[in-house]
Design a protein around this ligand. Structure first.
Ligand code: HDD
Length: 718
C-alpha cells in the first residue's frame, strides 16, 4: 500500500543519529564503483575470451561482486528470528532518583534515543507475523552512561523457571527435526509433549492460548521485562522492580480464524502496520510502568519474586507510570539495523541490577554467546546500530572486522606509559558497582520450594478473563491439542488443565472427544534431578490472595479511541458520494482511515458523476485486513455489489470476526442480504439513512475494537 511520507518523520538532532549518519550511504548522483572505489564501466557483461568465449578468472569485478553476494546471509536468530523494529525516544516524567541512580530515569528534560525490535519467537525470518506465539519486545536505550537493553516479551511470565530448560523448550516448539514441520506454530506433538511434562509452564500456557498471542498490532501490545530486577540508588539502597510497557492505544487482538487468514493475505501484516503508522506520523507510544517492592518485602507474597512464571498482580503492587516511549522513525536499512541489532540482558547502566532469578541468570550468558555466532565477531558492538553514544575506552583489541583504530602502544592496565589511562571509574563517577547481595549458601542443583506452585496464577489468569476471552482459550487449546497426534499427550495436557480448575479441562476435553483423566499422572513434575523423589515434591496449589485481576483481561483495556483504525468502504459505480464523504470526514476527524474497496481498480463514479480512485479491489483487499466495514448507498452501486460474491463475503467475514459494520441508504438492503440480517440488535451493527447520523455510533462501536459477545450468540459461516 502506498504511504504518504510523513513530514515530521525527519531526523531529530540526537547523538545516536549523528553517529549513524557517518555510516549512511546514498548513491544519488554517484558513479558505480567496486569496493575499492574503482569506477565500473560495464556492469552488464563479464570479462570473456571473445564475445562467445569462456569467462576469465582475471575478472576481479565479477569475482568481487559474486563473492560478496555469496556471503550476504548471516545465521538468523535461533529464537525471535522474525522481527521488525523502529527508532524512537524515551523520556521519564519525573525523577526516579529516590530509587535508581540511572541518569536517564532522572531528568525529565533528557530525551534518550531508543531502538525497539518486536518479534515472534518460534518462526524463521520469513515466517508469518500472525503466528500464535509470544511477541518479543526488546528496547535498546542509548543512554549517556552506556547502552541499557530491556529485553522483554508481550507476556509477563515465561514457560520455564530455570534457563537450563531453554534449549529443551525451544527444540520442542521449533519445527520437528525430521520433516521441518510445522513452521511458526506450536500446534504439534513435540511442543505439547514437553509442555505436558512441565507443569511450571501452565501459567504461561494460559497467556499463550489467550488472544494476547495474536495481537492486532505491535502498537497495541503490552510489554514486560518479565524478571524481577533491582533499582539501586545513589546510597546503594536497592528496590525490586518489574518493568511494564503500557500501549496508549490499548491492548487489542484479532480472532484466531482471522489470524490464520491474514497469514495468507498479508504475512507482513504487523511489519507493514508498524512501518505505515510511523510513515503516516501516527507515532506508536507506550508508557513505562514499574512495580516497586522494598527489599524488606521480598518474602511477603505467596509466590517467589525470583520465579519468572509468576506476576505480581497489579492489585497487590500498582504499576506506576514513569515515562513515555515514542517510536518516530523507521530504519533506513533492515539488515544493517533490525537484523544486526544485538540485545543483551547484561547491557545495564549503573542504577539497574539483577536478581538471582535462575532464568535471568542463564540469559546473562546466552545473549553475548549468540551474538558471537550470529554476527561473527567480538566486535559486534562496533556495528553502528549497536554502538553506544557514551564514550567507550578499554584495552580490548583486534578481532574480526575491527573498526576502531586504537592509538598508542598501551593495551593493558595498570600502566605508566599511557599515564594509567584509561582508568577505573569511582562510583561517584558512574563506575558500575554490583549490588552487594549477601550470599551464604551451599552449592546445589535444586529448585526452591517457593517455586513449587504451578497452578494458582494460571487459575487467576483464567478466572480474570471475560466469557468471550475464556471461550477463545478453550478454542485455542482445542485447536492446538487437536493438531497433536499422540493421544497420550492430549490426555496428559487434560490432566494439567484439570489442575487449573474452573471446568476448563472439561470444555477442552469435549472438543477433543476425550475424557479428562480422573487422576493427574503421578510423577507429573519432572523439574527435579534423578535422585529426588518427585512424589515428595509435587507441585502444590497455593491460595492466591486475590480471585481476579482486572488488569489481566483485555476487556478492560483502553477503548476510547479509533486512532489509526482502518475502515473499508465497499463501493461500485453509482455509489452515494455524499455519504462516503461524510463518513470519511467523520472517521478522519477521529484519526481513523477510510479506504475504498471496489470490484475493480481505477476510477469509480459516484451517483452524481464525481470520480474517485479505488484504493483496493476485492482481489487486493480482504476484510481481515480492516477493523470495520461501511457500505454506503447508491442504487447502482448496491446492484453491482449484489453481483459480487466477494462483497458478501467481505461483510459476512467482518461480522464473523465481530467487527463494527455500518450501512446507509441502499447499503442497508445490501447488508440485509448478508448474515448481518440475523443481528439487527447487535451493538456493532449500525444501520441508518444518513452517514452523518450513524457516524457517531459507528465510531463508538469501532472504539470497542470488537463486539466479542457476538460470537457467543451467533453462528456465522464465513
Ligand atoms: Fe531470549 C532473543 C526475550 C528467555 C536466549 N529473547 C530474545 C529476544 C527477546 C527475548 C525479545 C529477541 C531480541 C531481538 O529482538 O534481537 N528471552 C526473552 C524473554 C525471556 C527469554 C522475555 C524470559 C523471560 N532467552 C531466554 C532464555 C535464554 C534466551 C532463558 C537462554 C538461556 N534469547 C536468547 C538468545 C536470543 C534471544 C538465544 C536469540 C537471538 C538473540 O538472543 O540475540 O540468546
Amino acid at each position: 500500500m502506498a504511504t504518504k511520507k510523513n513530514p515530521n518523520n525527519n531526523r531529530n538532532n540526537n547523538k545516536k543519529l549523528q553517529e549513524l549518519e557517518v555510516n549512511r550511504e546514498d548513491g544519488t548522483d554517484q558513479f558505480l564503483t567496486t569496493n575499492q572505489g574503482l569506477r565500473i564501466n560495464d556492469n552488464q557483461n563479464s570479462l570473456k575470451a571473445g564475445e562467445r568465449g569462456a569467462t576469465l578468472l582475471e575478472d576481479f569485478i565479477l569475482r568481487e561482486k559474486i563473492t560478496h553476494f555469496d556471503h550476504e546471509r548471516i545465521p538468523e536468530r535461533i529464537v525471535h528470528a522474525r522481527g521488525s523494529a523502529a527508532h524512537g525516544v524515551f523520556k521519564v516524567y519525573e525523577s526516579m532518583a529516590k530509587y535508581t541512580k540511572a541518569k536517564f530515569l532522572q531528568d525529565p528534560s533528557r530525551e534518550t534515543p531508543v531502538f525497539v525490535r518486536f518479534s515472534t519467537v518460534a518462526g524463521s525470518r520469513g515466517s508469518t507475523d500472525l503466528a500464535r506465539d509470544v511477541r518479543g519486545f526488546a528496547v535498546k536505550f542509548y543512554t549517556d552512561e552506556g547502552n541499557y537493553d530491556l529485553v522483554g516479551n508481550n507476556i509477563p511470565v515465561f514457560f520455564i523457571q530455570d534457563a537450563i530448560k531453554f534449549p529443551d523448550l525451544v527444540h520442542a516448539v521449533k519445527p520437528e527435526p525430521h520433516n521441518e514441520i510445522p513452521q511458526a506454530a506450536s500446534a504439534h506433538d513435540t511442543f505439547w509433549d514437553f509442555i505436558s511434562l512441565m507443569p511450571e509452564s501452565m501459567h504461561m500456557i494460559m497467556w499463550l492460548m489467550s488472544d494476547r498471542a495474536i495481537p492486532r498490532s505491535f502498537r497495541m501490545m503490552e510489554g514486560f521485562g518479565v524478571h524481577t530486577f533491582r533499582f539501586v540508588n545513589e546510597a546503594g539502597k536497592a528496590t525490586f522492580v518489574k518493568f511494564h510497557w503500557k500501549p496508549l492505544l490499548g491492548v487489542h487482538s484479532v480472532a484466531w480464524d482471522e489470524a490464520q487468514k491474514i497469514s495468507g493475505k498479508d504475512p507482513d501484516f504487523h511489519r507493514r502496520d508498524l512501518w505505515e503508522a510511523i510513515e503516516n506520523g501516527d507515532f506508536p507510544e507506550w508508557e513505562l510502568g514499574v512495580q516497586l517492592v522494598a527489599e524488606a518485602d521480598e518474602h511477603k507474597f505467596e509466590f517467589d519474586l525470583l520465579d519468572s512464571t509468576k506476576i505480581i498482580p497489579e492489585e497487590l503492587v500498582p504499576v506506576q507510570r514513569i515515562g513515555k516511549l515514542t517510536l518516530n522513525r523507521n530504519p533506513d536499512n533492515f539488515f544493517a539495523e533490525t537484523e544486526q541489532v544485538a540485545f543483551h540482558l547484561g547491557h545495564v547502566v549503573s542504577g539497574i541490577d539483577f536478581t538471582n532469578d535462575p532464568l535471568l541468570q542463564g540469559r546473562l550468558f546466552s545473549y553475548t554467546d549468540t551474538q558471537l555466532k550470529r554476527l561473527g565477531s567480538p566486535n559486534f558492538h562496533e556495528i553502528p546500530i549497536n554502538r553506544t553514544v557514551a564514550p567507550l575506552h578499554n584495552n580490548q583489541r583486534d578481532g574480526h572486522m575491527r573498526q576502531t583504530i586504537n592509538q598508542g602502544r598501551v593495551s593493558y592496565e595498570p600502566n605508566t606509559l599511557a599515564g594509567g589511562c584509561p582508568f577505573q571509574a569511582a562510583m561517584k563517577d558512574g563506575g558500575f558497582h554490583t549490588f552487594e547481595e549477601r550470599v551464604d549458601a551451599k552449592k546445589v542443583r535444586a529448585r526452591s520450594e517457593s517455586f513449587h506452585d504451578h497452578f494458582s496464577q494460571a487459575t487467576l489468569f483464567y478466572n480474570s478473563q471475560s466469557p468471550a476471552e475464556q471461550k477463545h482459550i478453550v478454542d485455542a487449546l482445542r485447536f492446538e491439542l487437536g493438531k497433536v497426534e499422540t493421544v497420550a499427550v492430549r490426555e496428559r495436557m487434560l490432566g494439567l488443565l484439570k489442575q487449573v480448575g474452573t471446568g476448563l479441562a472439561d470444555k477442552v476435553a469435549a472438543g477433543l472427544g476425550l475424557l479428562v483423566p480422573r487422576k493427574a499422572e503421578e510423577p507429573m513434575n519432572r523439574s527435579f534431578g534423578a535422585d529426588t523423589n518427585p512424589k515428595s515434591v509435587q507441585p502444590k496449589k497455593v491460595k492466591s490472595s486475590i480471585e481476579k485481576s482486572e488488569a489481566l483481561s483485555m476487556e478492560n483495556t483502553v477503548k476510547n479511541s479509533i486512532k489509526t483504525r482502518k475502515v473499508a468502504a465497499l463501493i461500485a459505480d453509482g455509489f452515494d458520494g455524499d455519504a462516503l464523504d461524510a463518513m470519511k470526514k467523520a472517521l478522519e476527524a477521529e484519526g481513523a482511515m477510510l479506504k475504498t474497496v471496489a470490484p475493480k481498480l481505477g476510477a469509480i463514479k459516484s451517483a452524481s458523476g464525481k470520480e474517485i480512485t479505488a484504493d483496493f479491489s476485492f482481489l487486493t483487499a480482504a476484510s481481515v485486513l480492516f477493523d470495520a466495514v461501511y457500505v454506503p448507498g447508491g442504487a447502482a452501486s448496491i446492484e453491482m455489489l449484489g453481483g459480487e460474491a466477494d462483497a458478501y463475503h467481505f461483510v459476512n467475514e467482518a461480522f464473523r470476526h465481530c467487527k463494527a459494520i455500518a450501512a446507509t441508504g441502499e447499503g442497508v438492503d445490501f447488508v440485509g442480504d448478508t448474515f448481518v440480517s440475523r443481528a439487527k440488535d447487535d451493538a456493532g451493527v449500525i444501520l441508518g439513512e444518513k452517514a452523518g447520523k450513524v457516524a457517531g455510533d459507528f465510531i463508538a462501536a469501532i472504539a470497542q475494537h470488537r463486539n466479542w459477545d457476538r460470537e457467543m450468540t451467533r453462528k456465522v459461516p464465513a
